[in-house]
Design a binder for this molecule. Structure first.
Ligand code: MN
Length: 479
């Protein structure tokens, strides 16, 4: 990648005075990865530089961009976290370490695993920028996935759909979600993708043509009503979301009205409702198909008006109406926030606080969700406030309360393992069983089969009910 062009693009996204640090980070990464090549044959450093450009494009702040440049340094070079800290400070180091820890996880296609991962991602939302870097990383990696054999390719692609795309969606990053799904779907479900493409291609084309015809008509209608149209375009439904929707609708394509929708962007909220009124004045809306996501945003913050109308020739088409700010938020979601923090200039219209409200709402909403919704439960943030996530050497994730010790970890895995535990290995270092664990530690319990059982003096050191009652139960039996 041309470095001059690289710096030029970054410069557009962040304050000028942060550029020296960016240059320093690039030099650091070049040194750290020097001599390394990717399976594609290119110099390794090209990959982190592309990540930095993606993050800049998402309008993230300079710390995140620097962490993006350095994101593989701990994992793939001789440099340590300490080296990064000395040069770039603790925030950047925190982000790089966060990304490195997430990198250790291995997806095995099991739902329980996916749950753990989702939980972990959200737990890391103490700084959600870690997840942004991870999403950018995946976006770049999925593009070169063809270097792997079919099995590995498929696994990575499914993981991308099930975990990364769903997290992007949860964070309101619709554009990113769409990109991830577009790239991963054909690899993850090769045959289904081909079949779907063949079935829908004709309908798609007809619908595209129809939308092209109706757009000038709608534009004139709105202009005549005195409404400014910032943008109006056809938006084709992405194949993967169509694929999922068809599964819900008995594979009946005729029931899907948003194959190609018309998206109208207007200057402000009032214009949204005026536009809706003008359109309904001309075309009959389908009953029960008007959705006001402005008054009631989706949980991920999505706002727009949707309506299905009988358009020209009485053909059904979905219309989506939003203002420029909603449009931007729908594409970039939570990522949009950091930009304003750093540049200190919120886009005119809505104050920063307002912008953050939907994140707050998202958290509130998750709190109020019923426990029986397993998927949602996996994403609840409040539950993880006081939890830490500990890894087994195999990459499995165990969640424990804060201040939990290696003993809690052992009992969480199995009562027998707790009862026969003799030592712990924490991040490869031999440690006491009573040692407190930190979020992200990798822990292995060393057993002593000759050991009779737990010790009474373990009791003050355990945090979980499970460990406490196992120890007490054993002690009672001995008496
Ligand atoms: Mn990477």
């Amino acid at each position: 990648m041309d470095r001059i062009e690289f710096f030029r693009q970054i410069e557009q996204a962040i304050p000028r005075d942060r550029m020296p640090d960016i240059e320093k980070a690039v030099a650091f990464a070049e040194k750290a990865h020097s001599g390394h090549r990717r399976l594609t044959g290119e110099e390794y450093v090209e990959h982190p530089l592309r990540i930095a450009l993606i993050l800049a494009d998402w309008k993230l702040d300079s710390e995140t961009i620097i962490a993006g440049i350095l994101h593989d340094v701990i994992e793939d070079s001789d440099f340590q976290a300490e080296d990064i800290r000395k040069e770039f400070g603790k925030n950047v180091t925190f982000l790089v370490e966060g990304v490195t820890k997430l990198g250790r996880l291995v997806y095995q296609g099991r739902e329980r695993y996916a749950e753990s991962l989702r939980k972990l991602f959200i737990a890391m939302s103490s700084d959600v920028r870690v997840i942004m870097i991870k999403l950018a990383d995946r976006l770049d990696n999925i593009k070169t996935v063809s270097v792997f054999n079919k099995e590995k390719r498929t696994r990575i692609a499914r993981e991308t759909l099930e975990i990364y795309a769903s997290i992007a969606n949860r964070l309101g990053m619709g554009e990113v979600r769409g990109q991830l799904e577009d790239l991963a779907f054909p690899i993850a479900f090769e045959k289904d993708y081909q079949r779907l493409k063949e079935t829908v291609s004709e309908t798609y084309e007809q619908q595209q043509k129809y939308v092209k015809k109706i757009i000038p008509y709608l534009k004139k209608l709105l202009n005549d009503a005195g409404i400014t149209v910032v943008d109006i375009h056809g938006r084709a439904k992405k194949l993967y979301s169509l694929y999922k929707k068809l599964q819900k609708y008995d594979h009946d394509l005729s029931r899907i009205h948003d194959l190609v929708a018309v998206r109208i962007v207007v200057p402000d909220v009032a214009s949204c409702y005026m536009a809706l009124g003008a359109i309904h004045g001309e075309f009959t809306p389908i009953k029960g198909r008007i959705k006001d996501y402005i008054a009631q945003p989706k949980p991920n913050g999505y706002r727009s008006l949707h309506t299905d109308i009988f358009g020209l020739d009485n053909k059904i088409v979905e219309i989506q109406i939003r203002d420029s700010e909603m449009h931007h938020a729908a594409e970039y979601g939570i990522a949009a926030h950091w930009h304003y923090v750093e540049t200190g200039k919120p886009k005119k219209g809505t104050p920063v606080k307002k912008r953050l409200e939907w994140i707050h709402d998202l958290i509130q909403w998750q709190k109020s969700m019923q426990d029986n919704d397993k998927y949602i439960q996996g994403l609840r943030i409040d539950v993880f406030r006081n939890r830490i996530f500990i890894f087994t050497p195999g990459g499995d994730v165990i969640d424990l309360p804060e201040n939990a010790t290696a003993l809690d970890f052992a009992y969480e895995i199995h009562t027998d393992l707790g009862n026969h535990a003799s030592q712990a290995k924490i991040n490869e270092k031999i440690s006491k069983l009573t040692a407190s664990l930190q979020n992200g530690d990798i822990v292995e319990i060393i057993e002593d089969k000759h050991r009779k059982g737990p010790a009474r003096d373990w009791l003050p050191f355990v945090q979980t009910e499970k460990a406490r009652s196992a120890i007490n139960g054993w002690l009672r039996k001995q008496q």
